[in-house]
Design a binder for this molecule. Structure first.
Ligand SMILES: C[S@@+](CC[C@H](N)C(=O)[O-])C[C@H]1O[C@@H](n2cnc3c(N)ncnc32)[C@H](O)[C@@H]1O
Length: 267
């Protein structure tokens, strides 16, 4: 298993800084989801861990015996190690490649990762092999983002087009249960939790992505640079509170799945 993957948001210091804000905005919904999982006694694996914010949440919420964050960016892992210290482990690895540098885990978790991966069903099938027999896979991804403000609407249209070019789905969170079933997994629970997030917070997250696109060959060819600059300015004004916009309605999709039906695990 191996496909060329393209991470649309970059791994620069600016991108890592954006992930700090992202973590603050989405910590409450992730804590709610992890808090519903019950005990995890053995190991937890955090796929696409970035600077380690989700890895820390896994450790804090579930206290597994070991917690390992995996990312394909050495820069992200350096930041994760510096932030989290020796209490958490991190390993450099492309999640689209087997074998993994980890023993089978009781919990395999990923947030905001599947949206950046092409051919997700093939990957999910491979990730089944990362779990202990009764282990669970837990995924969180965006299912929808809705705003009445044109700047957000334009940004979402650009992002959907850019990700589609790389074979990715901006709103993959809406289909997580279906994808897991297509990968032969057994879905224990799947759904979408809706949150109204202040426009300033969302605008700051989106504005921080635009400079990354100026390095992207497809975005440079397909998008009008002047329009992107104008969009960046408007998003920064909203982020700074200099322009007003209504809250953005964000649907966070989640799935909790096992590699095979629980009856087969027990039998
Ligand atoms: C949007 S960030 C999410 C970070 C973290 N999960 C969170 O929610 O805060 C996506 C992360 O996935 C990593 N990533 C993207 N493609 C990857 C791949 N093929 N293998 C491993 N990591 C990957 C990126 O380097 C980045 O750190």
């Amino acid at each position: 298993m191996s496909q060329e993957q393209h991470y649309t948001f970059g791994v620069s210091t600016r991108a890592a800084e954006r992930l700090r804000s992202l973590a603050a905005v989405f910590a409450p919904s992730t804590e709610q989801l992890l808090g519903s999982l019950g005990k995890v006694e053995a190991g937890a694996l955090d796929l696409g861990c970035g600077p380690g914010y989700t890895t820390e949440l896994l450790q804090a919420q579930l206290s597994p015996a070991w917690t390992l964050g995996v990312d394909s960016s050495e820069h992200m892992l350096e930041l994760a190690r510096a932030r989290c210290g020796p209490k958490l482990d991190f390993a450099l690895h492309d999640v689209s490649r087997l074998p993994f540098p980890a023993p089978p885990a009781e919990l395999v978790y990923a947030r905001f990762l599947v949206t950046h991966l092409r051919e997700p069903v093939q990957l999910l099938r491979a990730w089944s092999t990362l779990m202990q027999p009764a282990g669970r896979l837990v995924l969180e991804e965006t299912a929808f983002m809705r705003s009445e403000h044109p700047a957000f609407q334009h940004y979402y249209a650009y992002l959907a087009q850019l990700q589609a070019h790389y074979g990715q789905n901006m709103l993959v969170g809406a289909t997580l249960g279906t994808l897991c079933e297509a990968a032969g997994q057994h879905v224990l629970d799947a759904g979408v939790r809706v949150r109204e997030i202040p426009a300033a917070q969302m605008a700051a997250l989106h504005a921080a992505n635009l400079p990354t696109w100026s390095q992207d060959p497809y975005a440079r060819a397909a998008f009008d640079a002047a329009q992107l600059r104008q969009l960046g300015e408007t998003l920064r004004e909203i982020a700074a509170g200099a322009a007003l916009a209504p809250a953005v309605s964000v649907g966070m999709g989640y799935v909790i799945a096992t590699a095979r039906p629980p009856a087969l695990v027990q039998g």
